[in-house]
Design a protein around this ligand. Structure first.
Ligand SMILES: [Zn+2]
Length: 420
């Protein structure tokens, strides 16, 4: 068995098989021969070796009945073995911190709240995360990866953008927020990987929720899906072909900062008239309801009221969906997604938002764009982010397995020999 942090170095034909299985929900040996162009006997021997090393698994008959049955299938379906690997999903939310141990296959193994002071030094954070990984290890085998979810824009290799400061008298429209934790202003992934001995990646929370819904929720199987976050802040995560699309700078999907009025209020991001400022009542649904109801209304209560059919709350949520359609209509026309998924965390409160979005997007986009666009509520409620962490970790693991080795001197000749 390979070590956990550095996957097995695979033979080129093994990498070829893994790469062929990466984007399909299992394949049998005949299909693998077609997908890879390798002779059937080579496929059979290579699959047997990969199964023996725990890298592939054969799907049992009962599981297989859920997979599309193909008549006269000559051999059982195999897929990449993910169930035995785990990832520690750490959530640094705006209101809550938690750690969830997830199977790479998307199963929630256990979850607990944590408290880590994010204003500490990098060394203290690294020690805290190492202790979290250690605690998770005692409950299962050593985890294969850690994914840290942060509730702020985060650019791979660069870190979280600093909030601009203003020297003029004009104050940006936003509640006063703490500055970004110092250790997140550069990407600490490599240093954390070094400190913990397992791959560690930092990712934006909305991107992870989008990946979770794409891997195991409402967006499973979608071609191009856009996940829309409503709580605790407005944002979008873009999934193309099951993979996260981050954009050139890693901050694609900042729905809150689509500028709707160029002479609008100064936004905390440095722009004017952003969607989040145009709404006038803050970036958080709970805050919106505090304005509407004249008291603090926790999200759980909003969801319960919507589920009970409270007309005020449902109307308010429908209007919210209509207002979100405004910054989205042009984007939907440009991207032509087949699916919009509304915030997993809203649960039954997502339905009225979906209604509002449908209504306005239909009126604000051409029929050829609207046709074929589905708008659905998220399905994963509170587990969307850790599920996304599992999907991200599994994709990273499989990519590392399938990645060709760099060509060393004589490497090409060796590779050619191995193919014979
Ligand atoms: Zn803005």
């Amino acid at each position: 068995m390979e070590t956990r942090s550095t996957p097995a170095v695979l033979h080129p034909r093994e990498r070829h098989i893994v790469a062929a299985l990466r984007d399909v929900d299992g394949a049998n040996r005949r299909e693998l021969a077609e997908l890879t162009g390798l002779p059937r006997t080579t496929v059979t021997a290579t699959v047997a070796s990969l199964i023996a090393r725990g890298l592939l698994t054969e799907i049992t008959e009962t599981e297989d009945s859920a997979v599309t049955r193909r008549a006269g299938r000559p051999s059982p379906t195999v897929r990449i073995e993910l169930a035995t690997k785990t990832v520690v999903a750490v959530e640094f939310g705006r209101h809550r911190q938690s750690v969830t141990l997830m199977g790479f296959d998307g199963r929630v193994l256990n979850s607990t709240d944590i408290q880590l002071d994010l204003t500490q030094s990098f060394e203290a954070i690294a020690a805290g995360l190492a202790a979290i990984a250690e605690t998770a290890s005692s409950a299962a085998d050593r985890p294969s990866a850690m994914v840290v979810s942060v509730a702020m824009p985060f650019r791979r290799g660069a870190g979280a953008p600093q909030i601009p400061t203003y020297s003029s008298g004009e104050k940006p429209f936003a509640r006063p927020r703490a500055q970004r934790p110092y250790w997140l202003l550069t990407d600490p992934s490599a240093a954390l990987t070094e400190a913990l001995g397992i791959p560690v990646v930092i990712e934006n929370d909305i991107n992870l929720a989008a990946l979770g819904e794409a891997g195991h929720g409402a967006a499973h199987g979608a071609h191009t899906a856009v996940y829309l976050s409503v709580v605790p802040g407005f944002g979008a995560g873009i999934i193309i072909g099951g993979r996260l699309f981050r954009g050139a700078g890693g901050i694609a999907g900042e729905l809150a900062h689509v500028s709707l009025r160029e002479d609008g209020d100064l936004c905390v991001c440095g722009n004017r008239g952003c969607y989040t400022t145009a709404r006038r009542d803050g970036p958080s649904l709970a805050d919106d309801f505090a304005t509407a109801f004249g008291r603090t209304v926790p999200l759980d209560e909003v969801i319960a009221l919507a589920a009970d059919g409270d007309m005020t709350v449902r109307r308010w949520l429908t209007d919210l969906g209509r207002s979100m359609a405004e910054p989205l209509a042009g984007f939907v026309t440009m991207l032509n997604p087949d699916l919009l998924v509304v915030d997993s965390a809203l649960g039954p409160a997502a339905e009225p938002v979906v209604d509002g979005l449908r209504d306005t997007i239909e009126r604000r986009t051409s029929p050829m764009t609207y046709h074929g666009l589905e708008i659905l509520p998220g399905r994963l409620t509170t587990t969307a982010i850790p599920t996304g962490a599992a999907v991200l970790a599994a994709q990273g693991y499989v990519d590392r397995l399938a990645r060709p080795e760099p060509i060393a001197p004589f490497g090409r000749r060796r590779a050619i020999r191995e193919w014979r």
